[in-house]
Design a protein around this ligand. Structure first.
Ligand SMILES: [Zn+2]
Length: 90
């Protein structure tokens, strides 16, 4: 199981959306780079609980690639590169 958190100072830079269009919708922008999110992308949606400020709830939407700029994942599992060990017969 992984948990995700914003990198320091990043959350303040993100645009909060109170709508939630599907990827590929002309109104579906990224909270970080403000570019449209294409239909074949898989945006990361971070839902913000309802509050006085956002009575209908809200969300951050991020391109999958932008999410790695904005967030960091804490995971017990270590990601290992599929590095091929070359034969080294002196
Ligand atoms: Zn983006």
């Amino acid at each position: 199981m992984t948990t995700m958190q914003f990198k320091p100072g990043m959350q303040e830079q993100l645009i909060v959306f109170t709508d939630s269009p599907d990827a590929g919708d002309p109104g579906c922008f990224c909270s970080y780079c403000v570019e449209m999110i294409e239909e074949d992308d898989t945006p990361l949606r971070l839902f913000i609980p309802r509050s006085a400020q956002h009575p209908g709830g809200a969300e951050y939407r991020l391109h999958f690639s932008c999410a790695s700029q904005v967030c960091e994942w804490k995971s017990a599992a270590r990601f290992t590169e599929g590095r091929k060990v070359e034969g080294n017969n002196g």
